[in-house]
Design a binder for this molecule. Structure first.
Ligand code: HBI
Ligand code: FE
Length: 314
């Protein structure tokens, strides 16, 4: 009888992680959650035409190559209606509840309710502001790959629309979340340099450090708020792209706590409805300094080759 093979030690199992040196080396195929095959609790699960639409748009993203224009999507009248109603309703709340950086960038994109914007056009606008560009992706990208993209000033964005039966809700990022929530902040120079710093830190992060970095990202870039005088304003994309969440925040429906970048943060929940607690930056500038300090503590581990690839002085 052959002896049972010794089980490999955890160290042998873990393949050495290759740090990407360019955006071409960042994998955009590791999609978590729904992708084109929707689960039973997804609003589009019983809609065969919606699922086929998702497959088609996801396949375009999968076959996109860096350097090519982002595929043009001819959005249907139903998709345009979902977009237009979200945009119109959200826009009314921005003046009072979105942070000043968001409001300053907002007009650059010239978003209109009668047409879903094309990612290629938006990417051109973004490149002209902070040098960030958009790469299409088929769904919720693996956090490491997603954050790695930011190191190369690349924002991975979905292109499909949420299901029309739940226009105010999506369990995953869709084009409304990415475009309305994320792009205006990425056009702001100080936010863009923060996003870049988080990206560079992700290149250096081990698994434990990455978990904390993902939480920092979640409680700032996705759900962060900032103090402006005696007001609390939204800068997180998950708030700014969701009518319900933005109203919840505006109505003081959640606790507001100061963010300490060095302390453990609560577990992330994608499915528990609105946030129960927001983390607030005292000011955008002060918060960015602290977040960059945390990122710099991880960046110390990078090789000169990687530092050069992401545009850091060695
Ligand atoms: N993928 N397509 C896409 N869009 C996001 O906004 C996104 C993502 N993957 C991960 C992510 N955001 C973050 O919330 C963190 O998990 C890093
Ligand atoms: Fe997001």
């Amino acid at each position: 009888v052959a002896p049972a093979p010794a089980s490999p030690s955890p160290l042998q199992q873990a393949a050495p992680r290759r740090v990407p040196l360019g955006i071409q080396e960042v994998d955009n195929g590791a999609i978590l959650g729904f992708s084109a095959e929707l689960s039973e609790d997804h609003p589009g699960f019983h809609d065969a035409a919606y699922k086929q639409r998702r497959v088609n748009i996801c396949n375009l993203a999968r076959s996109h190559r860096i350097g090519e224009p982002i595929p043009h999507i001819s959005y249907t009248a139903e998709e345009v209606a979902v977009w237009g109603s979200a945009l119109t309703r959200l826009e009314h709340l921005f003046q009072q509840h979105a942070c000043k950086e968001f409001q300053r960038s907002w007009p650059l994109f010239d978003l209109r309710p009668d047409a879903v914007p094309q990612l290629e056009d938006l990417s051109q606008v973004l490149q002209g502001t902070t040098g960030f560009r958009i790469r299409p992706v088929a769904g919720l990208l693996h956090p490491r790959d997603f954050l790695n993209g930011l190191a190369f000033r690349t924002f991975h964005s979905t292109q499909y629309m949420r299901h029309s039966s739940k226009p105010d809700y999506t369990p995953e990022p869709d084009v409304i979340h990415e475009v309305i929530g994320h792009l205006p902040m990425l056009a702001d120079p100080s936010f863009a340099s923060l996003a870049h710093a988080i990206g560079v830190a992700s290149l250096a992060a081990d698994e434990e450090q990455l978990k904390h970095l993902v939480k920092l990202y979640w409680y700032t870039v996705e759900f962060g708020v900032v103090r402006e005088g005696s007001d609390v304003k939204a800068f997180g994309a998950g708030i700014l792209s969701s009518y319900g969440e933005l109203q919840h925040m505006a109505a003081g429906g959640a606790e507001v706590a100061p963010l300490d970048v060095w302390q453990p943060l609560p577990k992330i929940s994608y499915k528990d409805g609105y946030q129960k607690r927001y983390f607030a930056l005292e000011s955008f500038e002060a918060g960015a300094v602290e977040l960059q300090a945390y990122c710099a503590s991880l960046q110390a581990g990078l090789t000169d080759e990687v530092r050069a690839a992401v545009g850091l002085a060695s």
